[in-house]
Write a protein that binds this ligand. Structure first.
Ligand code: GLU
Length: 491
C-alpha cells in the first residue's frame, strides 16, 4: 500500500536525537522539512528520539528546541518524546512476532561474535545466521529459565526492496543482503528502526526528508512498513554537507552547533538563508529571501544531489548585508539581547532616545558583520567607559603637542553653541591651522579618546551623536588613556 500522494497531504517530521547540540546538518534537515510542510500547507511534527537513555539528556532536548525557535521554526505537533512511548514499541514488536514476521533471538553477543569469526575465517560473508529462527519451544523455555532475555529480530523476507528517492532517484536493494535486524533488544529497549517506523506510522508521516546517512536504513524501514501493513512514505535524502576542505563537515571545521552562531552575533534570518541554501537555491539572484519567499519557492525538485560546501564567508556576507538592509527598528529588536549582555541596555533607548539610537545604528552598521561587532561599535555612544586599544593610543595619543592642543580644542568645543558635525569640523580645522599642525593629528587623537579605537565612521558625526558633554569629558582623559600603554607593558 502506498499513500495517495495526489491527495496532497503533506505530513513531515524532524526527529533529532538529543545526544548533542543541534548542528548545522540537522538544522538543514529541519528547515527543508519545515519549508516543505509550509509550502504545501501540511503539518510539521517534531519528535525527540531519546531512546538511548544513556546518551540523551533533557538539557540537550531543551537546547535543540531553543535552536529551532531561534531560527524561526515552529511545529504543529509535538514534541513527541520517544522515551515516553516504549510500551508502544514493545507491543508493535510482539505483534510482528505473532504474525510470524519477527522472532525471538536468544543469542548472546559473545555467541554471535564467535560464529561471525568462524564464518569470516572460512572466507564467507557474515550476517546473522538465523540460529534462533526455528528454535523448538522446549529450548526457548529452557533458555528463559536460565535467565536469558530474548531480543526480537525482524524476519527479512525474500525479494527486492525498491524506492524512488525524490533526490537520488531509483534505489534497489536485494533483501538477501540485509540481515534479520534487531527490533527490540534483550533489555526490551527498541532499536532506532523499530521506534522510527512505529512513530512515523502513528503520526501518519507521508514524506521522510533526512540526511544521506540514512539511505542504507531506508530499505529495512520500508520492509517494516510493509510488515505492519502501513502505507510507505516517500523518501528524500539530502546530500552530506562538506567543510571547505571537501571533507565531511565536523568539529574539525570549528563549532558547528546552531546556537554557537547565535552567540557569535548572526541574525536568524541570515542564518536561515545560509542553511536553506546549502543544497537548494530559491532563485538566481544573490539576495536575502524572506521566510515567506522561501516558503513560496520551496520545492524538492530544486534540491541538488551534489554535496554542498559550508562556506562561512557566504554567511558573513549574508549577515552584513542583512544588518545593512533591514529596517532599523527590526534591527533594534535583534540587538536588544546583545546590548543587555554588554550592560548597555535601558528602557529609554527604545523610548525617549529611540531616534538617537537609530541614528547611531545607521552611522555604524555598514561596518558591522555581526551583532557582536555592532554592539561593540555602539558601546562608546552609550557607555561612559572607553576601552582604549593600546595600539591606537601608541600611534595617535603620544605626540607631545597634544598636551596643549587638546585642552585648547576642548575650550573651542565648549564655546560651540551648536555641537553639530559641520561646526565641529570647522572649529577643529581652524584650530589645527592656527597651531600649524595637520588636522589629521587632531582627528586621530580625538577618535582614540572618544571611541578607543583607530577606526570609526566619520568622526564629526560620531562626535555629534556622542554629544558635547561626553566628548569634553573624554578629551580631558588624555593622561588616563596614555596609561593603557604602561599597563600593557607591565602586564
Ligand atoms: N534521530 C535520527 C538522527 O538524528 C533521525 C531519524 C530519521 O530522520 O529517521 O539522525
Amino acid at each position: 500500500m502506498i499513500h495517495d500522494f495526489t491527495s496532497g497531504i503533506v505530513r513531515v517530521r524532524f526527529a533529532p536525537s538529543p545526544t548533542g547540540h543541534l548542528h548545522v546538518g540537522a538544522l538543514r534537515t529541519a528547515l527543508f522539512n519545515w519549508l516543505f510542510a509550509r509550502h504545501h500547507e501540511g503539518a510539521f511534527v517534531l519528535r525527540i528520539e531519546d531512546t538511548d537513555v544513556v546518551r540523551s539528556s533533557e538539557e540537550m532536548s531543551r537546547t535543540i528546541l531553543e535552536a529551532l525557535r531561534w531560527v524561526g521554526l515552529d511545529w504543529d505537533e509535538g514534541p513527541v518524546y520517544q522515551s515516553q512511548r516504549f510500551e508502544l514499541y514493545r507491543e508493535a514488536a510482539r505483534v510482528l512476532v505473532d504474525k510470524g514476521l519477527a522472532y525471538y533471538c536468544f543469542c548472546t553477543p559473545e555467541e554471535i561474535e564467535k560464529r561471525r569469526q568462524e564464518t569470516q575465517a572460512r572466507g564467507e560473508h557474515w550476517k546473522y545466521d538465523r540460529h534462533c529462527l526455528n528454535l523448538p519451544e522446549k529450548t526457548k523455555k529452557e533458555l528463559k529459565e536460565q535467565g536469558r532475555r530474548a531480543a526480537i529480530r525482524f524476519l527479512v523476507p525474500d525479494g527486492l526492496t525498491e524506492f524512488n528517492d525524490l533526490i537520488h532517484g531509483q534505489i534497489k536493494v536485494e533483501n538477501r543482503n540485509l540481515e534479520d535486524f534487531v527490533l527490540l533488544r534483550g533489555d526490551s529497549f527498541p532499536t532506532y528502526h523499530l521506534s522510527v517506523v512505529v512513530d512515523d506510522i502513528d503520526t501518519k508521516i507521508t514524506y521522510v526528508i533526512r540526511g544521506d546517512d540514512h539511505i542504507s536504513n531506508t530499505p529495512k524501514q520500508i520492509l517494516l512498513y510493509q510488515a505492519f501493513g502501513a502505507p510507505v512514505p516517500r523518501f528524500a535524502h539530502l546530500p552530506l554537507i562538506l567543510g571547505p576542505d571537501r571533507k565531511k563537515l565536523s568539529k574539525r571545521h570549528g563549532d558547528t552547533s546552531v546556537l554557537s552562531f547565535r552567540d557569535k552575533g548572526y541574525l536568524p534570518l541570515a542564518f536561515f538563508n545560509f542553511i536553506a541554501q546549502l543544497s537548494w537555491s530559491p532563485g538566481s539572484e544573490e539576495k536575502i529571501y524572506t521566510i515567506e519567499e522561501m516558503v513560496q519557492k520551496f520545492s524538492l525538485d530544486r534540491v541538488s544531489k551534489g554535496s554542498p560546501v559550508f562556506d562561512l564567508k557566504k554567511l558573513e556576507w549574508l549577515n552584513s548585508r542583512l544588518i545593512n538592509e533591514m529596517p532599523v527598528g527590526e534591527l533594534i529588536v535583534d540587538l536588544r539581547p546583545w546590548l543587555k549582555k554588554y550592560g548597555l541596555w535601558s528602557e529609554e533607548l527604545v523610548k525617549s532616545q529611540k531616534g538617537w539610537l537609530e541614528k547611531v545604528i545607521n552611522l555604524v552598521r555598514s561596518r558591522s558583520r555581526t551583532l557582536m561587532d555592532l554592539s561593540e561599535m555602539i558601546a562608546p555612544f552609550i557607555s561612559d567607559q572607553v576601552d582604549y586599544e593600546p595600539g591606537a593610543v601608541e600611534k595617535y595619543l603620544l605626540k607631545p603637542e597634544l598636551d596643549w592642543l587638546l585642552p585648547a580644542l576642548r575650550k573651542d568645543f565648549q564655546a560651540l553653541e551648536k555641537f553639530e558635525a559641520q561646526e565641529i569640523e570647522k572649529i577643529l580645522r581652524d584650530r589645527a591651522e592656527q597651531a600649524g599642525v595637520k588636522a589629521a593629528v587632531l582627528i586621530h587623537a580625538l577618535r582614540v579618546l572618544v571611541v578607543g579605537r583607530a577606526v570609526s565612521p566619520g568622526l564629526f558625526e560620531v562626535l555629534e551623536l556622542i554629544g558635547k558633554e561626553k566628548v569634553l569629558a573624554r578629551i580631558a582623559k588624555l593622561s588616563e588613556a596614555r596609561k593603557v600603554i604602561n599597563k600593557t607593558e607591565e602586564g
